[in-house]
Design a protein around this ligand. Structure first.
Ligand SMILES: Cc1ncc(COP(=O)(O)O)c(C=O)c1O
Ligand SMILES: [Zn+2]
Length: 421
């Protein structure tokens, strides 16, 4: 079984670029780069550790117009840009002056990751998993998904020549199901929540039938998760090689938030940006907010919940990275906050109306939390702030009520009479 990899399953030198090992986030134990994800000693999660070579702003800026400009900071081979993949990244950092004015802020940007190939930030993480799967010789790509990941895995598998089989909770938005299925892989809906899907996938992984399956967010997770660092790199580069002072990140498993922090710290370590304080704020929907609850109560342990929210892409009741999210938000002086579904819908409209960015519900959550934290006085309106939109509103159409202003006969008189001029 691949997850208990032996020497022969570790990989050729160079296949993972600057990545040197996997290390346990709890006890620091190090492992060879193999398809493993949990520490043998303490069961802590593993993450990629690096020995970086020389990485300069100039080298990055002369690279491809996608995440591969940061290949020297990622667990991928040097020639990654020539391999068949979706080439995600370098999405717009929208200067949100109108929204800032409405909220009384000085400097606000929206990082619009709906501009990725399958319209969510998940293309970034899947691109890493594809390279790892190629190196380890897996033939099927799989995942447990709240929707967006399934679409990203389907598309990347089609492009890179893998078979795919993805697992989602039943009852997802239609847009997400179609996007998962259209690329020709198998889409299996499980009668239950995302957490039930995840449990099911853990059983599948232990079965010999799944031997050549790469689960992008399970046995390939250490590699996959590193893709979220590219959000940090891009934001800093797009701000003119500067860290933002405040950033608001949605939380499902919490992996994206912790890796954005890792990305910022690496940029400082490599002297690619000046060291200045930044605050990381986590955002959840009230109907699935175990991390916000732990934060508010001052706990370190996350109490799992049963999700009930329109923000289905964030509906993970038992988030694997929850404790690490608490660490990052507390260490940086940020916070974790939640908003209800009505505020999510309202915030989707606000962002669309002020900035022309149509966010899926996850973007409504981050924008809603931005407003809430400003109202509460926990966010500095004068500080340079970035809010993430991680997915496209076309995937969650049912969340919003927007329609035609009027239906009229094709007549100028009628148009005038309707008072629409
Ligand atoms: C649109 C969107 N935003 C944010 C997230 C949160 O990602 P993470 O699981 O890394 O916290 C997800 C996860 O599925 C998502 O689909
Ligand atoms: Zn350990």
């Amino acid at each position: 079984m691949a997850i208990t990899a032996t020497e022969t399953e570790t990989t050729a030198p160079g296949a993972f670029g600057p990545a040197a090992a996997l290390s346990c986030r709890e006890c620091g134990e190090r492992y060879d780069l193999a398809p493993r994800f949990a520490c043998e000693f303490c069961f802590g999660p593993l993450e990629v550790a690096y020995e970086f070579g020389s990485v300069t702003r100039e080298a990055i800026q002369s690279g491809p117009n996608n995440i591969w400009r940061y290949a020297g900071l990622l667990p991928v081979p040097g020639n990654v840009a020539e391999l068949p993949n979706m080439n995600p990244g370098l999405t717009p950092l929208v200067r949100a002056d109108r929204l800032a004015a409405e909220l009384g802020m000085r400097s606000l940007h929206v990082k619009d990751d709906s501009a990725n190939p399958t319209h969510s930030f998940k293309d970034r993480v899947v691109a890493m998993a594809v390279e790892a799967a190629r190196t380890f010789g897996f033939r099927t790509l799989s995942c447990s998904s709240t929707g967006n990941l399934a679409g990203a895995v389907g598309a990347a598998s089609a492009r890179a020549g893998f078979r795919s089989c993805v697992f989602i909770p039943a009852g997802l938005e239609e847009g997400k199901i179609v996007m998962a299925a259209v690329y020709g892989g198998q889409v299996v809906a499980i009668d239950g929540s995302y957490d039930d899907v995840n449990r099911f996938c853990s059983e599948l992984i232990g079965d010999p039938a799944g031997e050549d399956w790469g689960f992008v967010n399970v046995n390939l997770r250490p590699y996959y998760a590193e893709g979220s660092k590219t959000l940090a790199y891009e934001i800093a580069e797009q701000l003119g090689w500067k860290l933002p002072e405040q950033i608001i990140v949605p939380i499902a498993s919490g992996s994206q938030l912790t890796k954005i922090d890792k990305g910022f710290r690496e940029l400082v370590e490599l002297s690619l940006v000046e060291d200045r304080p930044y605050k990381v704020f986590g955002a959840q929907a009230t109907g699935c907010s175990p991390v916000a609850a732990a934060y508010e109560e001052g706990h370190d342990v996350i109490q799992p919940v049963k999700p009930d929210t329109i923000a289905k892409s964030l509906a993970i009741g038992n988030p694997a990275d929850g404790p690490y999210v608490l660490d990052v938000c507390r260490r940086t002086g940020g916070a974790v906050a939640r908003v209800d579904d009505a505020a999510v819908v309202d915030s989707i409209s606000l962002l669309a109306r002020t900035e022309g960015v149509f966010a899926e519900t996850a973007g409504g959550v981050t924008t809603g939390v931005l407003r809430k934290l400003l109202d509460e006085g926990s966010l500095d309106p004068a500080a340079e702030t970035v809010v993430l939109n991680t997915g496209d509103g076309l995937k969650t159409l049912n969340a919003v009520e927007a329609g035609v202003t009027a239906t009229i006969k094709p007549s100028l008189d009628v148009f005038k009479e309707a008072g629409l001029f």
